[in-house]
Design a protein. Structure first.
Length: 444
């Protein structure tokens, strides 16, 4: 689904909500429109899938499981939460229960499109960043057997084209689940007829087939005749269910922060992967501009975010508030700043309190000194360096960043030397003492 970004004027949307402490240099953000304008499958594709699956019919192995509930079909890897992604998805479309052109989701709303037969779960924010890192996995909502799987299709579509990569499961309760739009080459290595456990890995979220961006299309049928569709959500307008088919049904809308991030430049949202530029960075030095980004799902009109930046001493450097001008399925707001040249240096923190929940993200802010400014005890030589560089480091490892401030794996220090042979030619910064970084040129 195409990422259409609405930039709100900072003077109109922001000026009345900041307090007197704010030192912001600029502001931007708004709605990221992820809603689809077309089907996840063409009619011909759907019919071909059904005929294929009927040919692959398997016997249900666990008839006692009839009526079993479904777990959520996605999970994120641990590294994502470590990077201040507090959530990684939202719902763009539910099953359409409307008659004819009328849109009607299970909750009697219009969060669907005409004829939609599944639940679309989009990754957010930076869906292509999540795609590239294999950060969001599709998992089995219930134990079962693999009925079929299809791979090898292009997976960075921004408009409907081609066929999707998908896994089809015969669940233990006799239902059949379609898990579609997966990443090429990411599908489970298990073959047709093999068993999978509930929560077992099936693939990675992507945008193969009829898709406008990375998401999972999750579609359920009552049995292998594919005549009775199941919408697992209980609601006044889902007349086919008396109670939810989820182990724990999510709320229709969940206002929350999906991520709090810091960036080296304005983050760019676009499709496909080559046009998305998250510019995520957690390490900053004097003279650099820092962008603080806040990424919402189901943000409600009039809801207020309370923001604070704390310096390395734990003191409030600045604070401000922002009131949402509208209701959005997906939204993002960023402010950018020039941090004080004199520090204090060390670990700073960004915080937002939204809907009573506190979300924080740490970043490093340090000075950078040239070799000429270093004391004799901190001298870095030779500089430029080839394979080895000498210095006096306080620990057995030395922190290092590249020229755009991205943290690289720490260098091992042996006899006051570090080995640089694995690094490419270029400009780097290494930390010689707390908050003091030296510029290092590598020339092999």
């Amino acid at each position: 689904m195409r990422l259409s970004v609405l930039i709100i004027s900072c003077m109109l949307a922001f000026a009345s909500t900041v307090n007197s402490q704010t030192r912001w240099m600029g502001f931007g953000g708004g709605e990221a429109n992820l809603d689809p304008i077309g089907p996840c499958l063409s009619d011909d594709q759907r019919q071909a899938i059904i005929e294929h699956l009927k040919d692959n019919r398997l016997e249900v192995q666990n008839s006692d499981a009839r009526g079993a509930l479904f777990n959520w079909p996605l999970e994120s890897v641990a590294e994502l939460s470590d990077a201040s992604f507090f959530n990684y998805y939202g719902i763009s479309n539910y099953v359409d229960h409307g008659i004819g052109p009328d849109l009607l989701d299970y909750n009697c709303g219009s969060r669907t499109y005409n004829g939609h037969l599944g639940t679309d779960i989009f990754t957010w924010p930076f869906p292509w960043y999540l795609y590239a890192g294999d950060y969001v996995h599709v998992i089995a909502a219930q134990a079962g057997q693999i009925l079929s799987k299809f791979d090898g299709q292009y997976d960075q579509n921004c408009s409907p084209q081609g066929y999707w990569n998908a896994v089809y499961l015969l669940h233990d309760d006799g239902t059949v689940g379609w898990y579609g739009h997966l990443k090429d080459g990411s599908l489970t290595q298990k073959g047709v007829g093999e068993n999978v456990a509930a929560g077992e890995y099936l693939g990675v979220v992507a945008s193969s087939g009829y898709s406008y961006g990375p998401h999972l299309h999750f579609e359920l049928y009552e049995d292998q005749t594919y005549t009775v569709l199941i919408d697992p959500y209980e609601g006044d307008c889902n007349l086919s269910l008396e109670q939810s088919a989820w182990v724990q049904q999510p709320d229709y809308e969940v206002p929350r922060i999906n991520a709090v991030l810091t960036h080296a430049a304005e983050p760019i949202l676009d499709c496909p992967a080559e046009f998305e530029f998250p510019n995520i960075q957690d390490y900053f030095t004097v003279g650099e501009t820092i962008y603080t980004g806040f990424y919402y799902s189901d943000q409600q009109i009039g809801s207020v975010g309370n923001y604070t930046i704390y310096d390395s001493n734990g003191s409030i450097w600045t604070s401000w508030t922002h009131e949402s001008p509208d209701t959005y399925y997906w939204s993002w707001w960023f402010w950018y700043w020039s941090l004080p040249d004199t520090g204090p240096f060390g670990t700073w923190q960004v915080e937002v309190v939204y809907e009573g929940v506190n979300y924080t993200h740490d970043f490093e802010y340090n000075s950078v000194v040239s070799v000429n400014e270093l004391t004799s005890s901190e001298l870095l030589f030779p500089n430029p360096a080839d394979q080895m560089v000498n210095g006096k480091w306080p620990n057995q490892t030395a922190r290092i960043k590249n020229s755009v401030g991205q943290r690289l794996p720490d260098l091992n220090v042996e006899n006051s030397q570090v080995n640089l042979s694995h690094l490419l030619n270029g400009i780097y910064f290494v930390e010689l003492s707390q908050g003091h970084w030296a510029k290092l040129v590598i020339q092999h």
